[in-house]
Design a protein around this ligand. Structure first.
Ligand SMILES: [Fe+2]
Length: 210
């Protein structure tokens, strides 16, 4: 416990414990089980992204364990805001209408706000920001703000690569899956455009020697 009465998330906290803490902090007490169940359906994706984020962070931050821990958690929680988006929109096959896209694009902000309820945890600030920025892209073509380059914090630039790779290599309602080789090719092609080249290098290094 620190002086201001907060506690910190701990590296030994399981993902389930962390989800409990976040959802238990929500104000909608009657519905938090619904949101938690929805998140659990995305558990595999959340876990994969977290693992890739950690492996990239190990290669970028070397021995900075608190940062590696935060990136691992941020990777796990990056899409937590989607648990509050209408499921019909999330499961729409094919292209989305402008209104549907508008709704989906709210999930980074919703996720960051959900972390905001957890003010009792003193080390969530970077995690919250990484969730907020995980769809921003290096050249400013992302959302919600369209910020560029170093304006995007490194943990968010790491999630961008990990999330894109996992989305490409797994079948989604709106696309067939890529092979690992083809997904890496696509990501490397966008290094310096959509993705941070240093992050892409570390990710390629991980894929070559996991
Ligand atoms: Fe997302």
């Amino acid at each position: 416990m620190s002086n201001n009465g907060t506690t910190a998330l701990h590296p030994n906290d399981s993902f389930y414990n962390i989800l409990d803490m976040i959802y238990d902090d929500q104000r909608e007490e009657h519905s938090h089980h619904v949101f938690k169940n929805r998140f659990n359906r995305e558990y595999k994706h959340a876990n994969n992204v977290s693992h890739y984020c950690e492996q990239i962070a190990i290669r970028m931050y070397t021995n900075n364990n608190p940062l590696i821990f935060k990136v691992r958690i941020a990777g796990f929680l990056h899409d937590i805001g989607k648990s509050k988006i209408d499921e019909k929109i999330l499961n729409t096959p094919g292209s989305l209408s402008e209104e549907e896209w508008f709704e989906i694009k709210k999930h980074p902000e919703i996720g960051a706000k959900m972390m905001g309820f957890s003010n009792r945890y003193e080390n969530v600030l970077d995690i919250k920001m990484a969730i907020y920025q995980h769809h921003e892209r290096l050249n400013g073509s992302g959302y919600p703000l369209g910020i560029k380059g170093d304006q995007i914090i490194l943990p968010a630039r790491i999630i961008a690569v990990a999330d894109s790779f996992d989305a490409m290599t797994n079948k989604r309602v709106y696309q067939k899956e890529y092979s690992v080789h083809d997904a890496l090719y696509e990501i490397k092609k966008q290094a310096g455009i959509l993705y941070d080249p240093a992050v892409v290098d570390c990710f390629c290094d991980y894929i070559r020697s996991p």
